[in-house]
Design a protein around this ligand. Structure first.
Ligand code: 8YV
Length: 332
């Protein structure tokens, strides 16, 4: 659908870098939600009127109602690798192309997984709060003694690109023994390169000193880690979630942390974020960050540019760079 300028129109649902708007503007009439507020479903449906493409983030839901209100829409380009904000059945049924942003954020996100692991195991934020509160009046041998990272056992749940990048850091950088659990086992060459061994979930939970969650969210993955799973972990273990809110039962985790069922946790994602379970805010042995695992300027720029390139490539050539459902669209 073309605008009165004769050019197709696209919508950018959140504030993005000017370079991204400039690139899109070479091809389209571009409208951006420059307030950067999260639009309600009705507001988004309204802003999409007349648009053939949209750049979304994990905060905007694309579902049957939005698509029914905008039958002219041809592509939804998520600025994220995860796409649980997309109802893929509805998107496929509407014959709309969906894209995400794999690869460009892998190493940055893996770096952050390690940052959170280190901060959690070595009690970085907990000790900083203590210092800032003026409570540091003497040094003691066991003051903020944490868990060893180097040489320990790292258990990775979800072994996609980011899981593999974390495994490499752990095995090659920190001499960790890496075990993983995933829907499918990696090819032997990849396992050897990552120095990672496949185990079942129960073995991972009871053997790992540090459990890192990197699996995609799906209804089946809801509360993959709840009270029962936490109880299987070592009392000295740490848990890091850089995957998605909802994979961990946050209420159960807060209680387990308070009762020292495990030593500590590091969380970048939360059930119902940006709200955070109030009990997590009051336990000391948890490191909390506001969904920033991919947040470096370079990576966020690369993610937004890839989303823009997906829209440009699909609308000008029929082929996106990183499509999620090209086969379904070809059939529609
Ligand atoms: C995004 C993420 O920043 O890519 C993902 O799946 O979780 C983050 O990198 C976030 O989803 C915003 O879209």
């Amino acid at each position: 659908m073309a605008n009165n300028t004769g050019r197709p129109a696209v919508f950018v649902s959140r504030k993005v870098f000017p370079e991204v708007i400039a690139r899109l503007s070479e091809h389209f009439d571009v409208e951006m939600n420059d307030t950067d507020s999260v639009l309600s479903p009705d507001q988004l449906a309204q802003r999409l009127q007349g648009k053939v493409g949209v750049l979304t983030t994990g905060s905007e839901r694309v579902d049957a109602a939005l698509l029914a209100a905008n039958p002219q829409l041809r592509i939804v380009a998520n600025i994220a690798v995860g796409f649980n904000n997309f109802d893929m059945a509805a998107i496929n049924a509407a014959g709309v192309l969906a894209t995400n942003t794999p690869d460009v954020l892998t190493e940055t996100t893996a770096d952050f997984g390690f940052a959170l692991l280190m901060a959690t195991a070595r009690r970085v934020t907990e000790s900083e709060h203590f210092l800032r509160a003026g409570q540091w009046n003497k040094w003691s041998l066991d003051m903020f003694a944490g868990a060893e990272v180097h040489g320990s056992t790292l258990g990775i749940l979800g072994m996609g690109r980011i899981g593999q990048a974390i495994a490499r850091r752990g095995a090659h950088g920190f001499g960790m023994k890496v075990i993983y659990h995933n829907r499918s086992k990696l090819a032997p060459e990849l396992e050897a390169e990552c120095k990672a061994s496949y185990v079942d979930k129960a073995t991972l939970l009871k053997t790992a000193d540090h459990v890192m969650l990197v699996l995609p969210y799906s209804p089946e993955a809801h509360h993959t880690i709840g009270a029962a799973e936490i109880a299987q972990m070592k009392p000295t273990a740490t848990l890091v979630n850089i995957a998605r809110g909802g994979i961990v039962d946050d209420a159960a985790l807060a209680l387990a942390l308070r009762n020292r069922v495990i030593a500590a946790a590091g969380l970048d994602v939360f059930e119902g974020e940006p709200k955070v379970h109030p009990d997590l805010l009051t336990v000391p042995n948890v490191v909390l960050t506001p969904h920033i695992a991919s947040a470096t300027m370079g990576t966020r720029m690369a993610m937004a540019m890839l989303a823009a390139d997906n829209v440009i490539a699909f609308l000008t050539t029929g082929h996106a760079v990183t499509p999620l459902n090209a086969a379904a669209v070809a059939k529609a």
